[in-house]
Ligand binder design. Sequence first.
Ligand code: C2E
Ligand code: MG
Ligand code: MG
Length: 653
Amino acid sequence: MQSFINYIKNLPFWHFITVFVAIAIIISEVLIIIQSYILHGEIHNDLLIVGFFTPAIDAFVVFFITGLMLIQLKENETKLLLSSRVFHESHDGIVITNAKNEIIDVNPAFCEISGYKHDEVIGLNPLILSSGKHSPEFYADMWQQISAHGHWKGEVWNRKKNGELYAELLTIFTLKDNTGIIINYVGVFSDITQNKKQQEKLTQLAHYDMLTGLPNRTLFSDRFHQAIAHSNRTKTQLAICFLDLDNFKPINDNFGHGIGDQLLIEVANRIKANIKEDDTVSRQGGDEFALLLGDITSYEQCKQTIEKIHHALTQPYLLDGYSHTITTSTGITLYPSDKGDIDTLIRHADQAMYQAKLVGKNRFQLFNTEQDQQNIQKHLQIKEIQQAFINNEFCLYYQPKVNMKTGVVFGTEALIRWIHPEKGLISPLQFLPIIEKTELEVLIGAWVINQALNQLNLWIQKGIKLGISVNISSYHLRSVSFFSDLEKSLARHPNVTSGSFQLEILESSELGDLNTINHIIKTCKNELGVNVALDDFGTGYSSLTHLRNLSANTIKIDRSFVRDMLDDPGDYAIIDGVIGLANSFSREVIAEGVESTEHGLMLLVMGCYKAQGFGIARPMPIDELYFWLSNYTPNKEWLAAGNKERTQKNDSS
Ligand code: C2E
Ligand code: MG
Ligand code: MG
């Protein structure tokens, strides 16, 4: 009935006029016929015809129009029924509000999703569903779009009647009247909570560590960029820290991965508990964690946080009835004093952590930017030297050694030189310290030995009777393969008598365990027959101990004593003492750095006959050495002094 009334209300005006006129004509026709019958006692035929047909036509018109009206009514009723079914049976929630945004109708799906009953919400503002998860700006933007375009679509978190959150994909559109004024707002929404949860799970997997729930590397990288921006904005420092548990592996190995995992989870919780809400801790893998500590105003402040974390991590872990303890090593680098991308800063923190481990673990270390620059520089230099070695840019110079008493050139010292294609000749003191304690030092050392042995071999073929000494670094000497390599090198030069080959070991260098060194020296001497000299003797901390414990054949008095022996009684006394000791321990003695005849004369008087120095010859390339040898004339004054000493000895005997 209601729908019929609605239908009638909506019928066009002319429908009513037509039906009204038709009915009025029929009534007037019938009245005329009745009047004629009363007046005349009969009905006139014409009148009857008119009176009959006219109403008949009218009746037809009325029936026709009414029929049309009924058909239209039926159609409209069907449409209304359909709309109503759609509204009621839709799985999407529908909420209709009036212009004041008061709910005037909701469908069952709305009730099902929101948990509210139909009558509970009528007259209320849809804001009752608000979750509080969206900012006022979000809603302002939404309404701005609705008023500008008449519709809005987006994802909204709302709250059910029971307080549970749900996500919906919501479309809001307006209904306007003929004049364009909004009369209704319609919201249609579907529940997408499941999709959202799925999405969140994927995000969680992509950004968080499964075990500890901490941000993983990907999220750490995001946070890093935000933290850098924050540091730049607030002009505060950012600490990038790298933590590594010191003794985690044994726990994992001895108690199983389950316990190891539980410990890592606890570690993560303890770190989280000791940093600020805005700071980040991420698990980088295994037992490694990285931290971003923002708003740092001083290193002291950063230190305090790390100390707090270390303290928390050293507390016992009660797992499965056992108490476990661990310690932590941490490396720290501070932005912006240390600038770089995430990889660089993490690498720096990692390097500092490694240093902390090296110096004894259970501590933290700040990355040293200057040291790093030096390391980088050194690394580049090592690479350059390595390339020079590959390019064959090294060669040996030879410095003659003479017996001042007899005038005989009995040997040479092979000294390495780098002939740089652009820079020219480079002294060993400029590049050997760079490769100290590296594999390259061992490689180059082995090359020197082979070059010297080749040279000796050539001299034997040429009939030149000269020995060669080579300098051996203590790192090379102590390398595992030193002995076997030397043995092989000597075996490759069967003509060389090993007695003409000498190893010069720096007395001043860090020799390490003297027993080990002496064992090497002895094996070289006894098994291979090579000579060993203690080079730069007197410059070491415990020369006497070395003299006693190292069974070297020769002692080379360091040139620093020789240089000043004529003027400095102290140096004179040292040389005198060294010569005396060498005699007592039956070692040969040679002075290096003999720059003048006077030096030689003094040494002869003191009982040191062998010498090497600029006073005799400078180190020189092999071709020059041949030239020098062919032009060599012994120092007459030295010969004379030697002869005099010999004569005196003969006279006294
Ligand atoms: P060293 O073994 O004590 O070699 C002697 C150094 O003294 C040489 O310097 C030589 O040129 C210099 N010298 C010799 N006589 C005099 C002199 O009368 N006055 C002065 N002022 N200096 C003199 P060089 O060739 O520059 O070598 C320096 C050091 O580099 C060597 O000292 C040695 O320790 C090291 N070295 C040189 N070649 C090699 C090598 O092939 N391997 C290793 N491991 N070290 C080497
Ligand atoms: Mg030497
Ligand atoms: Mg020396």
